[in-house]
Design a protein around this ligand. Structure first.
Ligand SMILES: Nc1ncnc2c1ncn2[C@@H]1O[C@H](COP(=O)(O)OP(=O)(O)OP(=O)(O)O)[C@@H](O)[C@H]1O
Ligand SMILES: [Mg+2]
Length: 229
């Protein structure tokens, strides 16, 4: 069963002369275990598409399905529930809480899990060890490099063991060497956790790493290329 499907999904902003079709009748299916890049120039609709898939935004028309379930008409509470269990989101600018340590940032993702504090601490520490930050648990974001901050963000997304990890230009704020290390990490987690990765980029180097490239232009799907492993 597909982990995620967009069926004729559109996201329009404004109306009349100011109408922007950020996403326009976009249909795509992602299967479990994929390592796929969504690529396209600035303003083509990548963030819009990922926000719909991540249930951070609703389509103007069309349907978003997660793990076989349509999300159309669900309450924001129900959407939060699905997001909490099945989806991890990694942002371009990391989005860490500046006053919290790396450990606390990751723990925060388990805040509503109902687990007790000892357990959440343990899981957060494990997740940080997994991304190679086991020695830096107490550092705050401003005491970490960009690549380290992005790894904290990956640990935070991973700690709930989601089926689907979505990353919006995860390497855009990193130099190419650090960006490649983050991609190595994502590729390893894709294999070891059987997690589906979907990430956006307009960097050709990053595109090289994907096993499938979905190209978007002016909100429309223009190419869907699968590559050998
Ligand atoms: N809240 C909004 N109101 C109006 N238009 C918007 C809004 N958000 C995005 N858009 C427009 O929708 C289109 C797609 O934007 P989107 O952010 O999805 O592009 P992107 O591919 O992620 O670009 P980038 O590579 O620069 O991040 C753009 O034309 C943008 O100006
Ligand atoms: Mg964007």
């Amino acid at each position: 069963m597909a982990i995620c499907e967009l069926e004729n999904a559109s996201r329009h902003y404004g109306s009349g002369p100011t109408l922007v079709k950020a996403l326009d009748d976009f249909s795509v299916t992602f299967q479990p275990g994929e390592f796929t890049v969504l690529s396209g120039p600035s303003g083509s609709g990548k963030t819009t598409a990922l926000n719909l898939i991540g249930l951070l935004d609703n389509p103007t028309s069309g349907v978003v399905k997660i793990d076989g379930q349509s999300t159309a008409g669900l309450s924001s509470r129900a959407l939060t529930e699905i997001r909490g269990h099945k989806i991890g989101f990694i942002f371009q600018s990391f989005n860490l809480v500046p006053v919290l340590s790396a450990l606390e940032n990751v723990e925060l993702a388990l805040h509503l899990s109902g687990l007790d504090e000892g357990v959440t601490r343990e899981l957060a520490a494990e997740s940080l060890a997994e991304v190679g930050l086991g020695d830096l648990l107490d550092r705050r974001p401003n005491q970490l490099s960009g690549g380290q901050q992005q790894r904290v963000a990956i640990a935070r997304a991973l700690v709930k063991k989601p089926k689907l990890l979505i990353a919006d230009e995860p390497t855009a704020n990193l130099d190419s060497k650090t960006g490649n290390q983050v991609l190595d990490l994502m590729a390893r987690l894709n294999q070891e956790h059987d997690a589906t990765f979907l990430f956006s980029t307009h960097d050709p180097m990053v595109m090289e790493r994907a096993r499938r490239v979905v190209k978007i232009l002016d909100g429309r799907l223009v190419e869907d290329e699968k590559r050998g492993a």
